[in-house]
Design a protein around this ligand. Structure first.
Ligand code: ZL4
Ligand code: CA
Ligand code: ZN
Length: 397
């Protein structure tokens, strides 16, 4: 099918994909929104379109305890590795054991949890090493992107912060790393981890509605601890958005802000979290992005021609998650135009029935889900850009 689609290795650069099929076998619980099998769907689309012929595929190994301890606390890792899945108390009440925020309904202790986390981190670390040695110019790890995990705390479906670990690896060979986050949730764990360094700039685009939307941080003026002695001052950028944002408005914000940030910060490498819960029709999200709008952000970043890691992240309507990450893989290997010309999912693709319209790029009607009204005014968008432009005056590399 690579032949059928005319897909071949891109000229002049190498793309790698880091993936471990064992990850998908893990379950957070029957009604938990995080479904690791969305990775199976994504992989099956990537394969059906013949994309593996155009990239280096690596079986992601599990990260070692030592590697995880580059960011995480020893007692937390110890507990993650040994805590048994919890049985509900017989009286039906919720568990009270909330050590390290584990066993709360967002972050349940499930069978094989430690394996799942270490494979996610292993893929992201492998990706970072390929970028460091320049064996790859773009590395994809769709099983990573777990941006909420803290040093000694699980949060929002995330236990191990594979992104922080990967960026720490990039910092061994690149002076400055730009982190971009298009998941609908605030990338709080990554932001906090690099609050006190000027070698990482973080930019998260997210829905911001502190009373009702997780995690409640990431306001426009939340830019980290500001002080003369903190070199990381001004290096945390937040783009708080409202429900219903469209491709055009989001794309305009993304490009304007990233262009300005790259000009002032002059990064040597980019780590981008591509959470797919910012797509329309997501089970948890409330934005209106289409696959082409979401992927347009990836395409814009790719054109900067800096070493690049693409992570997965959120995404709770599995068929749309798979579509987005497959199309973004095609952007990485530069065959997205061919795919856009003929987006029909090949007949032999397993899971094809999952994709109702049987196209990689669904029509607007299908993906939108409930039509949402756009609560983002032009005035507010201009204010946000103004604030960030001012903030970037303090960042001159
Ligand atoms: C669920 O049905 O907003 C977890 C979580 C489990 C199964 C049965 C338990 C029922 C929705 C969410 C009770 C669930 C109560 N089950 C969950 C403040 C909250 C406290 C926990 O994309 N309750 C917390 C986290 C967010 C909150 C979003 C995004 C991750 C990422 C990167 C993380 N937490 C309210 C919710 C269900 C569940 C149904 C749920 N949790 C939706 N949003 C949250 O950024 C991967
Ligand atoms: Ca985000
Ligand atoms: Zn999310």
């Amino acid at each position: 099918s690579a032949y059928q689609y005319g897909i071949h290795r891109p000229k002049g650069y190498t793309v790698s994909n880091h993936y471990n099929p064992e990850m998908e076998k893990h379950h957070f619980g029957p009604t938990h929104p995080m479904k690791p099998w969305r990775l199976t769907l994504a992989k099956s689309l990537i394969t059906a379109f013949g994309m593996p012929a155009a990239m280096d595929s690596y079986h992601a190994r599990a990260a070692t305890h030592d590697e995880l301890s580059n960011f995480h606390a020893a007692d937390y890792l110890e507990y993650l590795a040994t805590a048994a899945p919890q049985q509900k108390p017989p009286d039906g009440s919720e568990s009270t054991d909330n050590k390290f925020n584990l066993a709360n309904p967002d972050c349940p202790l499930f069978d094989g949890l430690y394996n799942y986390c270490s494979m996610s981190a292993g893929g992201s670390l492998d990706a970072a090493r390929k970028i460091c040695t320049q064996a790859s110019q773009i590395a994809c790890c769709w099983g990573g992107g777990l941006h909420h995990a803290k040093k000694a705390e699980a949060s929002g479906f995330c236990y191990i912060n594979d992104i922080v670990l990967a960026i720490l690896e990039l910092l061994r060979c690149y002076k400055r790393v730009l982190y971009l986050d298009i998941d609908i949730h605030h990338g709080d764990g990554v932001e906090e981890a690099f609050f006190s360094t000027d070698r990482v700039m973080t930019i998260s685009f997210h829905k911001y509605h502190p009373e009702t939307f997780f995690p409640g941080t990431g306001g426009l003026s939340d830019n980290g601890p500001k002080s003369e002695s903190n070199p990381g001052s001004h290096h945390a950028i937040n783009v708080p958005l409202n429900d219903g944002i469209t491709d055009d408005q989001y794309g305009e914000m993304f490009k304007t802000i990233v262009r300005k940030a790259v000009d002032s910060f002059q990064p040597e490498a980019i780590a981008m979290q591509c959470g797919a819960d910012s797509l329309g029709g997501d089970r948890l999200g409330k934005f209106n992005l289409q696959v082409t709008g979401h992927a347009g952000c990836v395409e814009f970043v790719k054109k900067l021609r800096l070493p690049l890691i693409l992570f997965g992240g959120g995404g709770y309507t599995p068929r749309n998650v798979a579509r987005a990450w497959a199309f973004e893989t095609s952007i990485a290997i530069d065959c997205h135009r061919k795919i856009a010309e003929n987006p029909r999912i090949p007949d032999h693709a397993p899971w094809r029935a999952e994709f109702r319209q049987e196209s990689l790029l669904p029509s607007l009607e299908e993906i939108l889900g409930e039509p949402k009204s756009n609560k983002n005014t032009k005035k507010r968008m201009d204010e946000i850009i103004m604030h960030i432009t001012e903030q970037l005056r303090f960042v001159n590399k």
